[in-house]
Write a protein that binds this ligand. Sequence first.
Ligand code: FBP
Length: 319
Amino acid sequence: MSVEDALEKIMPGGRALFLAYDQGMEHGPRGFDPKVGNENPEMILKVADKGKFTGVVLLPGDAKKYYDAPYAWETPLILKVNSKSELYQGDDPYSPLLFEKAEDAVDFADGVGATALGYTIYLGSKFEYRMTREFSSLVREAHDRGLPVIAWVYPRSIAWSFLTQDAKRFLSYIGEREAEKLLESVSQLREGLKEGTAFKGQSPSIMTAVSEALLRDCSIEETPTIVAYAASAAARLGADIAKIKYSGDVESFRWAVRCAGRTRVVMSGGPKSGKFLDQVKEVIQAGAAGLAVGRNVWQDPKPLEVAKALREIIWGGAR
Ligand code: FBP
């Protein structure tokens, strides 16, 4: 199969609905619920098939034990080939390739019948260089074997939360009236923050993102500047699909989709609240291909109803 054919298989008509199930490693079992039975990968695979998902994301262990022959699941497998637990948080994140080298990851993917590969890059981490290098090797090996690669691009650094705190401290230090003036626009706020010593030496993207985070009351990784950066980086590194967070509004997400160029975009996750489906509508309006979601589906007592609602938004009821 060619990369193009594999992409059509996981994105029929250019649209995607992926069911993510790597959380047992990323977050541990805290999201599992015995009443729902979602600690069992078989339940997830049944939801994927019955819910007509266009891809199911599994880590190698589950792929081998639950997806590989003799099982005959309909949903194409997206093999996630790097992962980390949440247990150590004392430094910037690094998510290692779970294989000695990219070639071994692709061999394993072929062996278990995967249609695509997934890899997380923590852009902005001080270990970014390791992940961009592993990712680039993976793209080369996977493409040679007809497998597309999806980049989970999560910009993250432990320093960023301190920057936002420092910005808030700076604003309270300069007094209410001065702070109000700065809070009128992103550019004024960015210029004003440059006066605060904590911000010396920060990149223009981070300065803008800190300002956006304060104005929008969101984390730095969810700001329009950083979400568009994630999309742009995924494209430059050769990803076929970029899985990125939502940037908060249609216009800024449309910009992220444009920055991804020929790399297709799917939204990652979504809010764990009633706003979830509205956000999916906005993502589609912005020109994205769809979404990759986990807990909002398999933690729901009626996962197939959520899947149906998502299909209606993504394919307008045609699937
Ligand atoms: P959810 O839909 O459950 O949020 O999953 C999407 C996802 O990208 C998973 O693939 C991954 O395990 C998880 O989010 C990572 O979450 P975090 O943002 O906490 O690193």
